[in-house]
Structures are given as C-alpha cells and as structure tokens.
Design a protein. Structure first.
Length: 238
C-alpha cells in the first residue's frame, strides 16, 4: 500500500475521492475524443489528423496521466502512483499553457485558432480547452505529493516540448500545405520561433505558478518562496 506524503492534502492513491476524480476526468476526456470522431473537418483526413493540434496532444497526455492514476487507485500501487506524478509534471503545466494560449487568443480574435466555419459550441470548447487543466490542477493540488522541479528543469522540458511540436507542425505542413492553427500561417518563420519560445517560457511560468499554488493551498511556505524568490533552487543548494 502506498504511503501518503505528509504534505499531501488528501489520500491518493485511494478507492475513494482520488478514484472518483480520475474516473470523472477520464469520462470528460473520452467524451472529447468521441466528439472528434463526429467532427467533420479537412483536418480529419489530412496528414497528422487531429494530432496536429497541441490541444489534442495535451488531451492525450492528460488521458494517459489519469488512466495511470486510476490504475494506481485500483491497485494501490506506489509505482503507478509515482508514474502518474511524473506524467503530471508534464501534462498539468502543458494543459494550463493550452488554456492560457487558447482563451487569450480567443479574447483577441477567435479566428486565430479556428476558421469561423469550424468554431466549437461551448460544451466541446470547454471540454477541450478548460476541463483538462482544471482536472489536472485539482489532482496536483489535492491528491499529489509536492513537486521538486525547479525553473531550470521546467524550462528545459518546456523548450523541448515546444520545439518538438514546432518540428511536428512544420512536418505536417510539408505534407498538407497548411497549418492546423490559422495564426501559424499569418506569422513568418522567425515570428513562429518567437511564439514557440514565448510559449515555452509561459509553460515554465505555469509550472512555477502551480508549485506556488500548491504551497498556498497546502500551507507550505517553502514551496511558495521557492516558486517566487528562488525558482532555480540556488539557495536550497547552498
């Protein structure tokens, strides 16, 4: 049986609240994937399909994280619980980034992320671009041990993901002749490079924000201080 971390607010893995949250998350993510199967767009039959969207890549990672979490709840396996927490270090900040970028761009001009004829109704829109971040944040803040990642590690992970995605988008463009998000077609190459660099920095900031919020919610002043005053962990090493 897994031993609960002393700074973890609620028991997890467990066959109670933790299992209910993971089941609810999996149901939400699965509903979004079912919607994709009925959403007829040119993207459906293009090279890369819907996985050209960062949203769908993030949703897949969120689904994997919660499936592993559910398996940990069912078996009470500390190894699976640890794997869920490792996946969460990537999936939670990525989903927060997706939500910030999507709703931020929509506030400016929704046609930057979707052509007008393919814009989503509220429920599927919320399921793709808000629900995963909410579920993963709740799992982190209430049902996970504290993260030990610092800003250097978070930035390295964020930059790797950002530029891997950029390579994937350009590779799909070489086959399809168009980008999944209209904003990519508007920007020049160097402007896209700046956008991906900015996104990596924003994802790093999301990681530190989640770490600070964990300290706030769970009353851990050290984590609040590390996230704001010493994000790279220099003082801790001294």
């Amino acid at each position: 049986m897994a031993v609960r971390h002393p700074l973890q607010r609620l028991a997890s893995p467990s066959r109670q609240l933790s299992m209910l949250l993971h089941l609810a998350g999996i149901a939400s993510f699965s509903a979004s994937f079912r919607f994709l199967g009925t959403w007829d767009t040119p993207m459906s039959n293009s090279f890369g399909g819907h996985y050209q969207f960062l949203t769908i890549i993030g949703l897949s990672l969120a689904q994997c994280t919660f499936i592993v979490g559910l398996l940990a709840d069912t078996t009470l396996s500390p190894q699976l619980f640890q794997l869920k927490n490792i996946l969460s270090v990537c999936s939670a900040p990525l989903e927060v980034l997706i939500s910030i970028l999507y709703w931020g761009l929509c506030a400016i001009d929704k046609s930057l992320v979707f052509p007008p004829e393919f814009q989503l109704d509220f429920l599927p829109d919320f399921g793709f671009h808000a629900a995963p971040a909410i579920f993963l944040a709740i799992d982190l803040l209430l049902l996970s041990p504290p993260w030990t990642v610092n800003a250097y590690s978070a930035l390295a992970l964020s930059e790797a993901l950002a530029f891997l995605y950029w390579f994937w988008v350009e590779y799909c463009f070489s086959h399809n002749g168009w980008y999944p998000y209209p904003i990519f077609g508007i920007l020049s190459t160097w402007q896209r490079a700046l956008l991906f660099t900015f996104s990596a920095s924003l994802m790093t900031g999301s990681t530190m924000l989640l770490k600070w919020t964990y300290g706030k919610v769970n009353g851990v002043e050290e984590f609040k201080r590390e996230a704001v005053v010493d994000p790279v962990g220099i003082r801790k090493r001294k």
